[in-house]
Design a protein around this ligand. Structure first.
Ligand code: SF4
Length: 455
């Protein structure tokens, strides 16, 4: 507990809980504490990571060049076609623009970029400085939409106006302006939209292949390997299948209200959650397609026949090792805890940037006594928790990686920068292989902090 005493600011104590130590009453969904150096990104970054994988749209950051560089190709999301999303455009606002306004510069940038790249739509992101000087994004976008004949959509994502979750909401509102404008006449009755997967390493192609084997059509990927035209007609689907608790749930709720399309929450990580997700989709369509459940069972059985023998060898080495998890949305953490159990490992710390009370209650219910649960953490706290629990591997994103390596523990990137698919049944095998390689690497025994333990 000494580590925690040094690292945890008094104002942050309500955002940390230990499983089994009294009823969970964790404070969450708050603005980050000033000076605590939160792991969270800003509102603008939240909206950028959601919209960016739409590959045939122009993404223009109205603000200083730094905002654009910070989010340039941030997810590395793969596309099966156009790759316009990977270019980072900005109006590069300067001092004179701040004094006299940046609307003319924005209009000129849109004019030139739309002519040069011929996108299917343009998203224009508002940043902190635009919020301060008060440029009228709506008016500029409306004018350019009329002039160019494509949707030009403002994203109200001023960085300072809240936490990352508000960026997700701004992205959903922007996409919702596209929904409903496309032709749905040839959409089948057994059709879904995939929400909340960003195709970082080709995962959406794995999931689409499963759905194809089940006989389910996918209307739109929202947003991994996404296309504007698909989003315009996605109101023709009968079901929204939502992964990732924060990022696209708001869009699913808007579509339910406006078009009566129900949604289910799923996870493609780990064995049980992947299978449960496919069965939940099959259940939804079982009345109009009575054979879908049989096809789904066959698919799951075939995949498990390949996967389970492959996991055994990894488990032999990993049994009893300890893991820490820090992710953006808490939903991913549920699946990771179960995935680690399949490898014989114990999760001793779990946290998220944007979890809700419900998420944290569920985390408490599925974790072992003494597990640290933390909301909106920072490097100092995470380092203290990792040292206190003496973990063997830390699962997180780009900002967590240096924490792990400085402390001399294994790391698994489960976020933007990964290059290997970790979803689906094949993803579970990749995850196990990566965890095994990282935990069992001989390099950790030369880390001074851990030498004493290994002596
Ligand atoms: S929008 Fe604001 S907080 Fe976000 S990167 Fe730009 S300046 Fe920084």
């Amino acid at each position: 507990m000494k580590c925690e005493a040094n690292a945890l600011l008094d104002e942050r104590r309500e955002q940390v809980h230990r499983t089994g130590q009294g009823p969970i009453d964790i404070a969450c969904n708050r603005d980050s504490l000033a000076g605590a150096v939160s792991q969270r990104a800003c509102v603008f970054c939240g909206s950028r990571v959601v919209l960016y994988p739409i590959a045939d749209a122009l993404h223009l950051v109205h603000g200083p060049v730094g905002c654009a560089v910070y989010t340039w190709d941030i997810r590395g999301a793969l596309s099966s076609g156009p790759e316009l999303h990977r270019l980072s455009f900005t109006t590069d606002l300067q001092e004179t623009d701040v004094i006299f306004g940046g609307e003319k510069k924005l209009e000129a940038a849109l004019d030139e970029l739309i002519d040069r790249h011929g996108p299917q739509a343009a998203f224009v992101y508002s940043t902190c400085i635009v919020g301060l000087i008060g440029d009228d994004l709506e008016a500029v976008c409306r004018r350019m939409e009329e002039k160019k004949g494509i949707p030009v959509i403002p994203v109200q994502s001023e960085g300072f106006k809240g936490n990352k979750r508000e960026g997700y909401n701004a992205a959903c509102k922007a996409m919702f302006r596209l929904v409903g404008s496309g032709d749905t006449s040839n959409v089948s009755k057994v059709a879904v939209n995939i929400l909340g997967d960003f195709n970082l390493a080709g995962e959406i192609w794995i999931i689409r292949e499963y759905l194809e084997r089940m006989g389910v059509e996918v209307v739109a990927n929202i947003t991994g390997d996404g296309r504007v035209e698909d989003i315009r007609r996605c109101h023709g689907a009968a079901l929204n299948v939502v992964q990732c608790s924060g990022a696209t749930l708001d869009l699913a709720k808007m579509m339910e209200e406006e078009y009566g399309i129900p949604y289910i929450r799923v996870s493609y990580l780990g064995i049980e959650d992947m299978a449960d997700s496919l069965y939940a989709i099959a259940d939804h369509f079982s009345e109009i397609d009575p054979d879908i459940t049989r096809r789904t069972s066959e698919l799951v059985k075939d995949e498990l026949d390949v996967l389970l023998p492959g996991l055994k060898d990894f488990r032999k080495d990993l049994e009893g090792k300890k893991a820490a998890i820090y992710v953006g949305g808490a939903f991913k953490a549920f699946s990771l805890i179960k995935a680690f159990r399949h490898l014989g490992m114990q999760v001793v710390m779990v946290g998220s940037q944007t979890g809700t009370e419900e998420d944290y209650r569920e985390l408490e219910a599925i974790t072992d006594p003494g597990t640290i649960i933390v909301d909106d953490s920072n490097p100092l706290e995470l380092s203290a928790f990792i040292k206190e629990k003496d973990v063997d591997v830390f699962v997180g994103g780009v900002k967590e990686r240096p924490i792990a390596f400085k402390l001399g523990v294994g790391f698994c990137d489960h976020n933007h920068e990964r290059k290997e698919a970790l979803e689906g049944f094949v993803g579970m095998y990749n995850f196990a292989r990566e965890i095994h390689a990282s935990v069992m690497s001989p390099v950790w025994k030369y880390v001074p902090r851990r030498e004493a333990r290994n002596a």
